[in-house]
Design a protein around this ligand. Structure first.
Ligand code: ZN
Length: 497
């Protein structure tokens, strides 16, 4: 029997209570201003009067938005030039028109210019005063007459802010239900008295494919559990994300290094920098011998934490230490992570990457497959190892194997995974020709669009985790299926067959 959930891990480990404790430690902290709702397509009043963007402070500290910026796909954007303080647990409303008698009855705290919200595909990004992205939201076709609920979900409650008593004097015709009035529905977030309170939506799953250059680093958060798959090519690239996401001083419950290449492990060294005060509870890797000095330094850091009793070190070849090929970890919000043994005889480090299947709290609405830099040999092994039967290979999102290399995808692989989206992690300037045109052609033949970190920045996937919900994708810039400056056709014989 394969390891299932926390209890199964405990069966293979003497650290049952430690892991249960680890996966129940909430880690979100500090100031956290996000885009909570966006009215992109009002119906009671024209767009140039009725569009608005609501921001919410999920953190524990007041935040002054002076100098913060909003930008959309096709517009110059807007910088908040004056002081605009958002107390913890509160929201502010930014609108194109500040007159509630003509804007659909919305109380606007600040009028913005330079942004027109598209009704056929657009995105909005919120950046802090230093230019670091705080949040973003993307849509294809927005709802008409009601806002896009990006992050308000169950963390909000109706405000006491009064609605207009009557229809605007300028309105014509019969009274219209004030469906668009943000005043009647403006959410107030439950205040977070301390930084150790749980995430506002305990089942929400957030996957960030971090823009770290040529490499992989994928951060997963669910109900207070935090998991990192690979760490990217440099400590400073991952360090920037650790800073921006408020992970210093936090606990990362599980780290999975897919294989012994620098573009996956170098950034992980930053987790062990003493100034960051980060606790890592579990660390998986294939533990293959490597001549690489910097990998040895990472392994020395791991060994030191193991000796101190704070870290459990696991081998992806025996991920639950019970001789079984699959180990399943359940996160606090109900998401599950299946860690699957790589090809034991894989040639080269890439073909020693395990497969990882992430299953959202609502498995029908979000699943994702990640397999490091697995090439055709390792991929073929996944298809024969029984993984298509259990845990099943069908997923919603595929992390492109090997940065969109032609040797990281096969027709059979896509036939089994049937993803609706591919996300690739790579640098715009890379020496490998990634993404290879053969890989892009294969994705296209299978009808699968892609986002890529070199062109789209960090890619964020969110699943509310509730039955019937859908996952959403937001990117920092650009659209789907973009080309990159290094893309070329590979002349590798294995891709020319
Ligand atoms: Zn790589």
């Amino acid at each position: 029997m394969r390891c299932a959930a926390l209890l199964a891990i405990s069966a293979c480990s003497d650290s049952r209570s430690a892991l249960q404790h680890a996966l129940r430690q909430p880690t979100l902290s500090g100031s956290d201003v996000i885009i909570s709702r966006v009215m992109a397509d009002p119906s009671l009043v024209p767009d140039d009067r009725g569009e608005w963007i609501e921001l919410a402070n999920l953190g524990s500290d007041s935040t002054d938005l002076r100098g913060w910026q909003l930008q959309s796909a096709r517009d110059p954007g807007f910088t908040i030039a004056r002081s605009l303080v958002v107390p913890p647990g509160e929201t502010v409303m930014l609108g194109r028109n500040g007159d509630s008698t003509v804007n659909g009855g919305v109380h606007v705290d600040l009028v913005y210019t330079g942004i027109v919200l598209g009704n056929s595909g657009d995105w909005v990004v919120l950046r802090d005063a230093t230019g670091v992205t705080a949040d973003s939201v993307e849509w294809d076709v927005p709802p008409t007459g009601s806002p896009i609920d990006h992050r308000s979900d169950r963390s909000v409650k109706p405000t006491t802010r009064p609605a207009p008593a009557t229809a605007p004097a300028s309105s014509v015709g019969p009274p219209v239900p004030n469906a668009e009035s943000a005043a009647t529905t403006t959410p107030t977030l439950r205040p977070r008295a301390t930084s150790t309170q749980p995430l506002p939506s305990p089942r929400e799953l957030i996957v960030r494919v971090l823009d770290v250059g040529q490499g992989d680093a994928i951060l997963i958060r669910n109900g207070g559990s935090t998991v990192l798959v690979d760490g990217g090519p440099t400590p400073y690239a991952l360090g920037d994300h650790l800073d921006a996401l408020g992970l210093n001083g936090s606990t990362i419950d599980a780290v999975i290094l897919t294989h012994a290449h620098a573009d996956h492990y170098q950034g992980l060294r930053e987790l062990f920098a003493s100034r960051r005060h980060i606790t890592v509870r579990y660390f998986w890797e294939n533990q293959d011998p490597s001549p690489n000095v910097t990998l040895q330094k990472l392994r020395d850091s791991i060994a030191s934490r193991v000796r101190a009793g704070s870290l459990t070190y696991r081998d992806t070849d025996d991920p639950c230490v019970n001789g079984q090929p699959i180990c399943t970890v359940t996160l606090k919000g109900g998401a599950r992570l299946h860690i699957m043994r790589p090809d034991p005889d894989g040639h080269g480090a890439n073909n020693r990457s395990p497969a990882i299947k992430l299953v959202g709290p609502d498995s029908a609405s979000f699943t994702m497959w990640m397999a490091g830099d697995a090439e055709a040999e390792d991929i073929g092994w996944f298809t024969r190892a029984g993984y298509r039967g259990s845990p099943g290979m069908r997923v919603d999102v595929l992390k492109a194997d090997h940065h969109g290399s032609c040797n990281g995808v096969t027709d059979l692989y896509l036939d089994l995974l049937k993803p609706s989206l591919v996300v690739a992690s790579l640098a715009a300037a890379n020496d490998y020709g990634h993404m290879h045109s053969q890989a892009k052609a294969m994705y296209s033949r299978h009808g699968v669009p892609w986002y890529r970190t070199d062109q789209n920045g960090t890619i964020t996937l969110r699943s509310p985790g509730e039955p019937g919900s859908r996952y959403t994708v937001s990117v920092e810039r650009g659209g789907k299926n973009m080309p990159g400056p290094s893309d070329r056709r590979s002349s590798s014989p294995e891709c020319e067959r």
